[in-house]
Design a protein around this ligand. Structure first.
Ligand SMILES: NCc1[nH]cc(CCC(=O)O)c1CC(=O)O
Length: 300
């Protein structure tokens, strides 16, 4: 077996922390292999001003890491699955899925009554507007610390953060309320990590598969099959979340329209071994239902 694996990560505190946590799992599973961590800055890290929906959707956090893999400067890259487009470039694949962290969104309030909510995510915006029709929205970007600071400085009264990110960073927010996934559906892949590697690098596949969690793999497999069929990046409001419950895969999804607040929500129980097919069927039905309700999936 290979005795050294080069691990590519983004330099942000969250990315680096979750990479080190994953490397610790890999080291435990493979005590004889050395893991060398290398930082690569991405467009998403360098440009903190453009709105994420403007500058090309989900790929902005992954391209430079994928280049490192394709040019053989690194062997694996560790990503937040939420940031990953539905297709990987030729020659690369997602080979490892460690156990998912808490997938919930946390609603963080600094000022009451909440009139203005900071978020750049169409998914959070739609679901928040449906629950609280009276609030207005403002775009907010940056890492966890920056976002909290912008909020304290009065940009907004409340914002959303992923619980997984807070847990990985060891941050507890007393002013934060985790939202039940049934009422506020997480992003596809939220809370999960993906380990990407070269498709033909069979040895590395085996190394990362050793830390894959089967339940996570089934759940995110269904979520991502759904996403691929709908073809939603982060440009229009789309949420889907799956988890094992009572021998079935519970699947929640919503698609909506920010101009009209029209939406379509589905709650399903899939058979574990047919989850991907069933997720694709639900995606097709939801796309059809969007057409009938004039929900425009080209929304930007
Ligand atoms: N959109 C950025 C992003 N990508 C992954 C996480 C952390 C949570 C996760 O791994 O799903 C976050 C931060 C957030 O949404 O609060």
């Amino acid at each position: 077996m290979r005795n050294k694996i080069r691990v590519a990560t983004r330099p942000s505190l969250l990315a680096y922390t979750q990479t080190m946590q994953t490397v610790a799992l890999l080291e435990k599973a493979h005590p004889k292999v050395e893991f060398e961590v290398i930082k690569y800055s991405t467009q998403g890290d360098r440009d903190q001003r453009s709105s994420l929906t403007q500058f090309g959707g989900t790929g902005v956090f992954v391209k430079e890491l994928e280049h490192a893999l394709l040019s053989n400067q690194a062997d694996i890259a560790i990503h937040s699955l939420k940031d990953m487009p539905s297709n990987q470039p030729d020659g690369l694949c997602l080979a490892g899925f460690p156990k998912r962290e808490d997938p919930r969104d946390v609603f963080v309030v600094t000022n009451e009554p909440v009139k203005k909510v900071g978020t750049g995510s169409p998914r959070r915006l739609l679901q928040c507007a449906l629950l609280h029709p009276d609030v207005s929205f403002v775009e907010i970007r940056g890492n966890v610390g920056t976002r909290l600071e912008k909020m304290e400085n009065g940009l907004c009264d409340a914002t959303f953060l992923a619980k997984a990110g807070l847990n990985r960073l060891g941050i507890e927010l007393p002013q934060g309320t985790p939202l039940d996934v049934e009422n506020f559906i997480p992003a596809i892949g939220q809370g999960a990590l993906a380990i990407e590697c070269r498709t033909d690098d069979v040895e590395t596949h085996k190394i990362v598969e050793a830390i894959t969690d089967e339940n996570t793999k089934v759940a995110v497999g269904a979520e991502r099959a759904f996403m691929k069929e709908v073809e939603g990046g982060c440009k229009f409001p789309l949420a889907a979340h799956a988890f094992k419950q009572g021998g079935k895969l519970r699947f929640l999804a919503v698609i909506g329209d920010l101009n009209t607040n029209e939406y379509i929500k589905r709650i399903e129980e899939f058979d574990i071994d047919k989850a991907v097919e069933q997720a694709i069927t639900v995606a097709k039905e939801m796309k059809q239902a969007c057409k009938e309700k004039n929900i425009n999936l080209e929304f930007e």
